[in-house]
Write a protein that binds this ligand. Structure first.
Ligand code: EPZ
Length: 427
């Protein structure tokens, strides 16, 4: 398994290109199942999860062609052709490796009137139930049975009908599945307390480009007028707000000055506001966002929340950044029940963090010392990289396959702005 070695202490300076958003790509790709015409996605990030989703689409009978990009290009062009589905089953061995596979449930129901998808199971950050996905689909008439670890769903008469559903808890994935099922329902669907993340807006914009009729885009109330069929489209994936936020933390923790090229400030206001509160200079530029340290970091009190609140996917990275802040920072993780897996690993580098239930208190400033640490989940892995960039001596991050799921060519992007970082294989 690959490892990443970092010799800390370098100030980062220069430009980092922001890739297409992983969490948008993983909900845009299954939209191809909703039409027999080609769907071309541009600015797709080169990530393990994107490749896994491509394999899942192939399993269902869709072709996925990566078009003319040089290896040096960031962002790929992929055309998915699902003219004829040969299967409506998403098997366990694919779903267990990538939970986002559950996002074929809605589109398969919408296209083929049936779907059999392995239950995704939990992961490091929580048990990740899918009850809201299923309830939302049942509100559109889906008949759902769970047997032998699989969800078997079908649309009576082959087509779902419009319904109403109010989400008791904001759920990104459940909103996405519901949207992809609703667009070809017979009749109108109303979703209340829907997720408002920018990735949901990206999904709605693609579906509209394919001929769907959706109103309330960007709000917590979505109204979808079902249409008989959708057509193909060409669409560019939005920039990754979490990748951009992660590299902003890298600039801050190293006392650096970095421009995040292609970042969209409106997708990440809560992140930018938190950086400013920590004393970091944030400036929107023509090409993106400039983030520059401006003296010692100030302590923060942050609580994660659904968009437009402070993103749970930014919690681990801000926790690493605040290790060097002058004072105690308080984090409250309200979305997932076990998203502090990075704490014991950061402690091995000298961090002093007290965790009590959903709250973690980070006592800064910390003299960080490089160590061998282990990645446990995607964003926790990034927090270890960030701490390594600021630590004295060498940090070795193991199990970097977690990072490869969500950060395109991470070490290249950091090397380009002065980090002393390299990937070593076990050979
Ligand atoms: C998406 O996961 C993202 N993944 C996650 O990013 C992100 O952390 C999360 O949204 C929250 O923003 C992708 O988009 C592929 P949820 P998702 O449904 O959809 C509970 C990363 O690091 N819930 O919004 O699975 C759930 O347990 C990943 O890029 C139910 O109770 O998240 C959680 O407490 C990690 N029942 C809360 O809702 C359900 O049916 C929010 O989960 C579904 C969710």
């Amino acid at each position: 398994m690959d490892r990443i070695l970092i010799r800390g202490g370098n100030r980062l300076s220069g430009k980092i290109p922001v890739s297409g958003a992983k969490n948008a790509a993983l909900t845009l790709m299954p939209c191809a199942l909703l039409t027999d015409e080609p769907l071309t996605l541009r600015n797709l990030p080169r990530l393990a999860d994107v490749d896994s989703f491509g394999h899942l689409l192939n399993e269902l009978g869709a072709s996925t062609a990566i078009e003319g990009t040089r290896p040096t290009d960031f962002g790929r062009v992929m055309t998915v052709r699902a003219g004829k589905l040969t299967s409506t089953v998403a098997p366990y061995d694919i779903v267990r490796k990538m939970r986002a596979s559950i996002l074929v449930l809605g589109p398969l129901l919408g296209r083929a009137g049936e779907a059999t998808v392995s239950l995704p199971g939990g992961c490091a950050i929580g048990n990740r139930p899918i009850d809201l996905h299923l309830k939302a689909l049942e509100a559109m008439g889906a008949e759902i049975e769970i047997a032998a670890g699989y969800v078997k769903a079908s649309a009576p008469g082959g087509r779902l009908k419009g319904g109403r559903f109010s989400f008791p808890v904001v759920s990104v994935g459940a909103t996405e599945n519901a949207l992809m099922a609703a667009v070809t329902c017979k009749g109108t669907t109303v979703l209340d307390n829907a997720a408002r993340e920018p990735e949901i807006v990206d999904l709605c914009n693609l579906l509209v480009a394919m001929g769907a009729q959706i109103s309330g885009i960007g709000t917590e109330r979505l109204e979808i007028e079902g249409v008989d069929r959708l057509h193909g489209a060409t669409y560019a994936v939005m920039p990754d707000r979490i990748e951009a936020g992660s590299y902003a933390c890298a600039a801050a923790i190293t006392g650096g000055d970095v421009e995040l090229v292609g970042a969209e400030a409106n997708d990440m206001r809560a992140t930018l506001d938190a950086l400013v509160q920590a004393g970091v200079t944030v400036e929107e530029t023509k090409g993106g966002i400039r983030v520059a340290a401006n003296g010692p970091l100030k302590p923060l009190t942050l609580s994660t929340a659904p968009f437009p609140g402070f993103a749970t996917d930014m919690q681990a990275q801000f926790m690493a950044m605040q290790l060097v802040a002058e004072g105690a920072s308080v984090f409250t993780e309200t979305i997932f029940e076990n998203r502090y897996m990075h704490v014991p690993e950061l402690a091995r580098m000298g961090a002093h963090i007290d965790v009590r239930g959903r709250t973690a208190v980070v006592h800064g400033p910390t003299r960080l010392v490089g160590a061998q640490v282990m990645a446990t989940d995607l964003r926790a892995s990034m927090s270890l990289i960030l701490a390594g960039l600021a630590a004295e001596g060498e940090t070795q991050v193991n199990r970097v396959y977690h990072l490869d799921r969500g950060y395109e060519r991470l070490e290249e992007k950091l090397q380009a702005v002065g980090a002393d970082i390299e990937r070593v294989g076990d050979g």
